[in-house]
Every structure is written in structure tokens, then in C-alpha cells.
Design a protein around this ligand. Structure first.
Ligand code: FAD
Length: 455
């Protein structure tokens, strides 16, 4: 019998349009393996919401593999050591994997390639980082020119079908998923996640199908948190339950501004990978060195008020409570909540990045760090620090009354006119503003000016 081939799965938990799996299947019996890697650097260990999603996604993948009379092998430990062990146990001749660009995965891929016959395939992005270059051959640092060039090359290929899989003569032993304790128990904070999400490849395609009906209105609706105007594909894309190439193809034949704007958002995802591929430590420090001199405030109380949705700014609090309850927050509100932490509270963007890392079901090293640095103004392509979002103006502008009623129920009886900035006598038990907008703005601009004079 031909020697088996290992497929190393990470954030690519699907069977269709999975180039590593398709190539491996053409070479011999396939052993799909997921290693829960405890050696990932401390601050990048999976957050709580990610662990919840991962559990259910692995469960769904194991079921799909079962339908092909295949199996998902689970191992725990250092990825490289576990894969070397598995190859030895099974006599596997090669390992196939989809490229991952987070710095710890790049290191692991390099280390594994020194020990085993490792084949890395592209497949989690529309184009691999570095594929789109300027006239002088260097990768783009700024989104707009990057997207202009990238879009002309898309789509580069058609999505692949699920491959037929053959099994090895004997299956290696596997951990039990339940023993990994990925789900919270004491306390079980995941009720809101269970209510909102179905994980796995089939659910990702259902979500895409639903979005296709509303895609033409995406341009109009995507900024309105009170309605479901966006795809909610982010955790499915993050975990690779669906590929961006599949999403791109599903939009073929659909016209209109909404569709092209949505494609632009998918390209932000590719762009973020290009950034961390060029600057692997992007989440560790401000890209712009002047920002490393900004005097951030350290206030545990203010940070906790932001995390728990108690700032007294209804739209910010609604967003933070949606995040805590469901593991997701609307993009417009993410921008407002992030800006509030950085500018109104003058707290280091890295505190917010870490909180999102722990609480988002779509927590993604590249998308998270790139967006936080964009809002802070400290990134390679960034908004101006001095452009300070006013939550009390943004809230009526984006018609957020319904959203606030859902997530800040103590304000539910207020009128549309009052709910964005409740008058003192109507606040009831809802907290007073943690800081006034004008005062916060002056403090932030003062800190910015001081930073500029110290460098
Ligand atoms: P849609 O509007 O339907 O967009 C489709 C897809 O495009 C998304 O699923 C996502 O994969 C991609 N996309 C959309 N907007 C962006 C963007 N600004 N940057 C990169 N990709 C984008 N997104 C994450 O996936 N993970 C994160 O950890 C993350 N952290 C963020 C932190 C901050 C401070 C901000 C402002 C944004 C962050 N985003 C992150 C980007 C964005 O908010 C989410 O991708 C989006 O809200 C997901 O909802 P959706 O799937 O309905 O998006």
C-alpha cells in the first residue's frame, strides 16, 4: 500500500477548496491532523471565544470527514514535534499544509520543513502576500493602491471541489476533543455564542447563501448596526471553513456598488495579511515610531468600564456588550468603540487589541492588529489620530437606536431622539458619561501634541 500523506490543518477547517487536502488526496491515503499547539507565544494563545469556536468547528469537520470514511486526528503539544512524531508512527512520506502568515506559524513551517518533506500551498487568501507588487517589485504598504492592482488579477482560479479521500491501512491514535476543555464550564459564558452561531463548513455556506440575497444592498446597509446588513462571514473566513475564493466566485454575475464594496472588504483581509507578512510584530508595538512616545493613561477602572460596556456612551456600551455576549461586534461599532478607548480614554490600543483577541470569535492576528493601528493612527496605513470619532454624533447618523435598545436594555424605553445621549433625568441606573466628549478630545489632542514635541 502507498505510504500515507499527512494534511496539517490549522485555520483551514474545510474540505472543499482546500488545496493541501486536494493535492494530498491525489498522492495517497490521507491522515488529516489538527494539533492544539500549547507552545504558541503566551499572548497569542487562543482566546476564550476562539477556543469555543474551534471546538465546534473541529466537531463539524470530524463529521464531514466521517462521511468520506476518513477521520480527524487530534494531537496536543508543539506542532513541529507532534507532526514529526506522527510521521514516524505512520510512515507518512510527506506533509501538506496551507500557508499561514502569523509569525509563530511561519517559524513552525520553517522548522518543520527542516525535518519533514513539507509542501505549503496557498489557499486561505485571494492572493498570497507578496504576490501583488509595486512597479519596483516591492509589496504594497497602503491599501488603496494594493487593492487597485489586486482586483485586476481576481479571480485567479476556480474553487476546488471536495476531493475523494482514501484511508490509511491503520489510523494513528487521536486525542478526544472533549478532553481538550475548549468549552467554558465554570462559568459557562457561551450561551450568547450558542444562540448566534453555527460553526463549520456547511454553516459557512448557509451564511454565504443568506448574504447573497442582501449583497446588492451592502453599500447602503453595511454601516447600520441596527440591521443585518453585512455577511457575518468573518469567523467562518478566519477559521477557513470557507475560502475567500469561494466567496468571490459566489458573487459572480451579481452587480452593483454593494458587491464591489464587499469585494473591497474581502481585499482588506488580504491586505492585512500583506502587512503582517511584511511586519510580523505588528501587534506588539506601534508601527509609527513617534507613537511609541505617546503618554498613554493607565487606568484599570476605565479599561474595565470600556470592557464591560459601562462608559455612559450608549453606542460604545452597546457594542462592547454585543461583543461580550455574542463574540462579534458590528464593524462600524468596532471602529467607534476602538476610537473611544484610544482617544476618549487615552488607553494604549494594545489593551483593546488584546481584549478583542480574547473575546471575538473572529479574532485574527492580522485583521485585529491592522484595524487597531488604523484607528489609532499609528499604523502603516492609518486614519489620522486627530480625527476623533464622536460617538454621540455617530449614533443618530448611523441610526443606532434599535441596536442600543437591544444591547442596553435599561435605555429601551427612551425615544429615538433621547436614546443616543440620554438626558440625566432619564438615565435611571445607566452610568453617567465616564468623560465629556469635549474634555476627552482636548486631552487626546494634548497628548498628541506632547508626543510630537518630544520626538
Ligand atoms: P463584512 O462587512 O460582511 O465583510 C466581509 C469580510 O471581509 C469579513 O468577514 C472580513 O473577513 C473581511 N473584512 C471586512 N472588513 C474588514 C476590515 N476592516 N479588515 C479586514 N478584513 C475585513 N475582522 C476580523 O476578521 N478579525 C478581527 O480580529 C478584527 N478585528 C477588528 C478590530 C477593529 C478595531 C476593527 C475596527 C475591525 C476589526 N475587524 C476584524 C474587521 C471587521 O470589523 C470585521 O471583519 C467585520 O466586522 C466582520 O463582519 P462581517 O463578516 O459581517 O463583515
Amino acid at each position: 500500500m502507498t505510504a500515507p500523506v499527512v494534511v496539517w490543518l490549522r485555520r483551514d477547517l474545510r474540505l472543499a477548496d482546500q488545496p493541501a487536502l486536494s493535492v494530498a488526496a491525489s498522492e495517497g491515503p490521507v491522515i488529516p491532523v489538527f494539533v492544539l499547539d500549547d507552545e504558541i507565544p503566551g499572548d497569542r494563545k487562543l482566546g476564550g471565544a476562539s477556543r469555543w469556536w474551534l471546538h465546534h468547528s473541529l466537531e463539524a469537520l470530524a463529521r464531514s470527514l466521517g462521511r468520506h470514511r476518513s477521520k480527524l486526528i487530534l494531537r496536543r503539544g508543539d506542532s513541529v514535534a507532534e507532526l514529526v512524531k506522527l510521521a514516524k508512527e505512520t510512515g507518512a512520506k510527506a506533509v501538506h499544509a496551507i500557508a499561514h502568515h502569523e509569525p509563530w506559524w511561519r517559524e513552525a513551517e520553517e522548522a518543520l520543513a527542516r525535518k519533514l518533506d513539507l509542501h505549503i500551498h496557498d489557499g486561505n487568501y485571494l492572493l498570497p502576500p507578496g504576490a501583488v507588487t509595486t512597479g519596483s517589485g516591492s509589496p504594497y504598504k497602503i491599501y488603496t493602491p494594493f487593492a487597485k492592482v489586486a482586483i485586476q488579477r481576481l479571480p485567479e482560479r476556480d474553487p476546488l471541489d471536495e476531493p475523494a479521500l482514501t484511508s490509511p491501512a491503520t489510523w494513528p491514535k487521536s486525542d478526544e476533543l472533549a478532553d481538550w476543555n475548549l468549552l467554558p464550564t465554570r462559568p459557562d459564558w457561551a450561551a450568547g455564542l450558542r444562540k448566534d452561531w453555527v460553526c463549520g463548513e456547511a454553516a459557512a455556506h448557509d451564511t454565504l447563501d443568506e448574504f447573497l440575497h442582501i449583497a446588492p444592498d451592502y453599500e447602503r446597509d453595511r454601516n447600520l448596526p441596527s440591521i443585518a446588513g453585512t455577511s457575518r462571514l468573518s469567523p467562518h473566513l478566519h477559521w477557513g471553513e470557507i475560502s475567500p475564493t469561494q466567496v468571490w466566485h459566489a458573487l459572480a454575475g451579481k452587480r452593483g456598488e454593494g458587491v464591489s464594496t464587499f469585494r473591497g472588504e474581502l481585499l482588506w483581509r488580504d491586505y492585512a495579511q500583506t502587512v503582517i507578512w511584511q511586519f510580523p510584530d505588528y501587534a506588539k508595538a506601534s508601527y509609527r515610531h513617534d507613537f511609541r512616545h505617546l503618554k498613554w493613561r493607565r487606568s484599570k477602572e476605565d479599561l474595565a468600564a470600556w470592557q464591560q460596556g459601562r462608559t455612559g456612551y450608549p453606542l460604545v456600551d452597546a457594542g462592547m456588550r454585543q461583543l461580550w455576549t455574542t463574540g462579534w461586534m458590528h464593524n462600524r461599532v468596532r471602529m467607534i468603540a476602538a476610537s473611544f478607548l484610544i482617544k476618549h480614554l487615552l488607553i494604549d490600543w494594545r489593551e483593546g487589541e488584546r481584549w478583542f483577541w480574547d473575546t471575538l470569535v473572529d479574532a485574527d492576528y492580522a485583521n485585529n492588529a491592522v484595524n487597531w493601528q488604523w484607528v489609532a493612527g499609528s499604523g502603516v496605513d492609518a486614519n489620522l489620530f486627530t480625527r476623533i470619532m464622536a460617538p454621540l454624533t455617530q449614533s443618530p447618523k448611523f441610526d443606532a437606536a434599535g441596536y442600543i435598545r437591544e444591547w442596553v436594555p435599561e435605555l429601551a424605553d427612551l425615544s429615538d431622539a433621547d436614546i443616543h445621549d440620554p438626558p440625566d433625568e432619564q438615565r435611571g441606573g445607566y452610568p453617567a458619561k465616564i468623560i465629556g466628549h469635549r474634555e476627552a478630545r482636548e486631552r487626546a489632542l494634548g497628548a498628541y501634541r506632547a508626543m510630537k514635541t518630544t520626538i
